[in-house]
Design a protein around this ligand. Structure first.
Ligand code: SF4
Ligand code: SF4
Length: 141
C-alpha cells in the first residue's frame, strides 16, 4: 500500500508539472493571501497587490523548463495554492488508473490555449472545446 501511495504521489507531481494552469493565469487572475503570508510572498517577489489581500498571476514563482513546470516557492507557497485541487488531479488521486490519458488532457488544453491566444478568437470550435474541457477537468474539485 505504501508503494502504491508513493507511485500515486509521483504521478500527481508529474501531472501538475506537465500543467501549471492554476499558476500561469489560465484559470485564475489572483490567489488570495492571508495577512501572515504577505512577507513571505514579497520575499519570493510574488506580485502582491497593494492591499496585500492577494497576489497576481501569472505567478512569478512558476518556473518553466521546456514545458516542465515547477513552483520555486513550493515550501512557502500560500495556503490557497496548497488547497487547490482541480477535478483532473482529484480524480487521479482517488481513482488512479493510467496516467497517460490525464497527461493528454493537459496537453490538449495547453495546445488549445495556445491556439486561442494566437488567434485572439473568443468563439469557434477550438474556443468551445477549450471552455468545455476546462469546465470538465480543471474546475475546483
Ligand atoms: S490545474 Fe490541476 S493538474 Fe494543473 S497544476 Fe493545477 S492542480 Fe495540477
Ligand atoms: S506560489 Fe507556486 S503553487 Fe502558488 S501560484 Fe505560484 S507557482 Fe503556483
Amino acid at each position: 500500500m505504501l508503494c502504491t501511495n508513493l507511485v500515486r504521489d509521483a504521478e500527481l507531481t508529474t501531472l501538475c508539472q506537465s500543467c501549471g494552469l492554476c499558476c500561469d493565469g489560465s484559470l485564475f487572475g489572483r490567489v488570495p493571501l492571508l495577512p501572515a503570508e504577505v512577507p513571505l510572498a514579497r520575499k519570493h517577489r510574488l506580485h502582491v497587490v497593494a492591499s496585500g489581500s492577494a497576489m497576481e498571476q501569472p505567478c512569478a514563482a512558476l518556473a518553466d523548463d521546456d514545458g516542465n513546470r515547477t513552483c520555486t516557492a513550493y515550501e512557502d507557497r500560500p495556503a490557497a495554492c496548497g488547497a487547490f485541487d482541480c477535478v483532473l488531479l482529484a480524480r487521479h488521486r482517488s481513482e488512479g488508473g493510467p496516467l497517460a490519458p490525464r497527461l493528454e488532457a493537459v496537453r490538449r488544453v495547453r495546445a488549445l490555449l495556445a491556439t486561442v491566444e494566437a488567434s485572439g478568437l473568443r468563439s469557434g470550435s477550438d474556443y468551445d472545446e477549450l471552455v468545455q474541457r476546462i469546465a470538465a477537468d480543471f474546475a475546483r474539485a
